[in-house]
Write a protein that binds this ligand. Sequence first.
Ligand code: ADP
Ligand code: MG
Length: 338
Amino acid sequence: MPSIKLLPDQLISQIAAGEVVERPASALKEILENSLDAGSTDIAVALQSGGIKQIKVSDNGNGIARDELNLALTRHATSKIASLEDLECVASLGFRGEALASIAAISRTQITSYHADEKHAWRVASEGSFLTDIEPAALDVGTIVDIQDLYFNTPARRKFLKTENTEFGHCEEAFRRVALSRPDVSLLLQHNGRAIMRLATGSAEKRFEDILGKDFAAEAFYLDESAAGLRLWGMAAKPTFSRHARDTQYVYVNGRFVRDKLISHAIRQAYQDVLHHDRHPAFVLFLELDPALVDVNVHPSKTEVRFRDGQAVHRFIFHALHKSLAAPVGLPSSLTPD
Ligand code: ADP
Ligand code: MG
């Protein structure tokens, strides 16, 4: 029998990276979430080769002070929670303190950041967790996270990468998910030097139209229902705009994009009477509730949630959507007959 050994820190991070960084798009998601958590209102994403060669995210958030740059790349180091109580009502997108460390362990990563407490910006570089010294850098505001050569030191993972186009498609989808949820943030997506999407700030409806298209916007109705501490709002398409694929289905819980069977089921059921069984509804819906009533710490990728009272959530979503689907659509409520 081999003896039990404690694994070296870099290997621990590489193992953890398997869960957090499934593909370039998962790294992009984490980096975008960090920019939002830092209060950014303007974020630019530049990708090379579907994110495989480079993922570079520049934001105008509050930045990282010099003495915390190393910590940002350290596992289980976070500025977002400090106790179990904090975790139970977490409002930030991140809280696990492992995304940057995991990404850094399997790439060449540079972070350049300006923090108001400093006279100028600082930069730290890492190659597979080996940090270089922190150096002065030129940057007026925010943070640039530059991730290059993802999986360069984990060839087994690299083999699972698909073509550049496929990986770019996943990155684009990660970008859309963020963009749909934050019309108050201007966003730019570039791929191989070409601008792919440029989104100005504006109303939620405008952002939905920018991302999901004019056809969706023309065929969808706005809803905003509240009951017993739960709120569901967003846009859902009339049954006439149903799809063959589930490609226009976005659900957020407290601003976080999630995949949730319970919510999907409630939505599906609300559409049941009006939709042919082989068609899929199209929607972008935001559920808001007391953070203490939902556990977001279910999986490292944080796209799964668990509700304290799942049945109440199911019932609420079903009724809210069912009611909106039954109401005359497209007319302002003041014009609807009694
Ligand atoms: P988490 O987001 O769970 O805290 P991360 O590994 O993603 O963990 O990030 C570690 C820390 O680095 C964050 O808690 C935050 O303090 C800091 N950080 C990361 N990205 C940014 C950014 N773009 N702007 C400001 N601070 C950042
Ligand atoms: Mg994070």
